[in-house]
Structure formats: structure tokens, C-alpha cells
Design a protein around this ligand. Structure first.
Ligand code: ATP
Ligand code: MG
Length: 125
């Protein structure tokens, strides 16, 4: 089975998370700049004109499609690299993926997710 990890993290943690993922062999990913809110529904800032509420905070979203057996290791790697312990560290969603098709070759499923030297070719299963 193929899964998609959608990790929403602090902007300033992107480089740490990318480095940690590269170390475990994650190659393919998408990165989006997003805005969102979680449980607190934003933060209160104090400016010259008084305090105001910012309800949508900038975050970074990483999408990674990978084999089932690499999900836990990847999620733990993201958590370790993205965590500060303060509110707003982010959230990780995991979805099932129906299929993957590499446009150039027509390869499908796991084959379409194989990259030279990546986590899947290192630990097939
Ligand atoms: N239910 C949700 N659906 C989609 N995105 C969400 C959801 N909840 C949180 N997010 C995303 O996660 C970000 C919030 O992360 P945040 O770390 O504040 O989560 P939290 O659940 O409030 O945990 P914490 O207590 O650590 O703050 C939001 O900016 C939003 O992008
Ligand atoms: Mg929060």
C-alpha cells in the first residue's frame, strides 16, 4: 500500500526537516507555503496601535508519497526535526493513496515511487 504524509510544520523548521528526511533517504516531496489555524485559532499580537488578532498563521506543508512500511520512520523523523515543544509545532496527516503513475514511463504504484538511492531501494519490502 502507498500512503501520503501531509506534514504541517513551522516555516523556520523547514530546513531541519528537509535535512533529516534526506538523511533517511526521502527523495520525492512537495513543499507548500500555506496559512492555517489549529486549536488556538490564531495569536494575539501587540503593535503600535494596540493588540490585534491574527487568525491565519503562515505554515509550511510537506507532502510525501511513500510505501506503507516507511511511514512510521518518516513520521518520527519529521516529528523529531519539527518539534520545539511550544504550541503551534504543527500536525501530520496520513492518507491512503490509490495509485501513482510516472508520466514518462507509465510505471505505476511502487515502481513509480522508486528513486536511485531512496528509502525504498535501500530497504525493499
Ligand atoms: N483539523 C485540521 N485540518 C487541517 N489543518 C489543520 C487542522 N488542525 C490544524 N491544522 C493545521 O495545523 C496548523 C496548526 O498547527 P498547531 O501546531 O497549532 O496544531 P494544534 O493542533 O493546535 O497543536 P498545538 O497544541 O501544538 O498548537 C494550522 O495552522 C493548520 O495549518
Ligand atoms: Mg495550535
Amino acid at each position: 500500500m502507498t500512503k501520503k504524509i501531509e506534514a504541517i510544520i513551522r516555516e523556520e523548521k523547514l530546513n531541519d526537516v528537509k535535512d533529516a528526511l534526506r538523511e533517511i533517504g526521502i527523495v520525492g516531496m512537495n513543499v507548500f507555503e500555506i496559512r492555517g489555524h489549529g486549536r488556538q485559532g490564531g495569536i494575539t499580537l501587540t503593535g503600535r496601535t494596540g493588540t490585534y488578532q491574527v487568525d491565519l498563521l503562515p505554515k509550511v506543508q510537506l507532502n510525501i508519497v511513500l510505501s506503507d512500511h516507511n511511514v512510521e520512520k518518516t513520521v518520527e523523523t519529521i516529528r523529531r526535526a519539527a518539534m520545539t515543544g511550544q504550541e503551534g509545532d504543527g500536525i501530520i496527516f496520513i492518507y491512503p493513496v490509490e495509485d501513482v503513475i510516472r508520466i514518462r514511463t507509465g510505471e505505476r504504484g511502487r515502481e513509480a515511487l522508486m528513486y536511485e538511492g531512496d528509502i525504498d531501494t535501500r530497504r525493499p519490502g
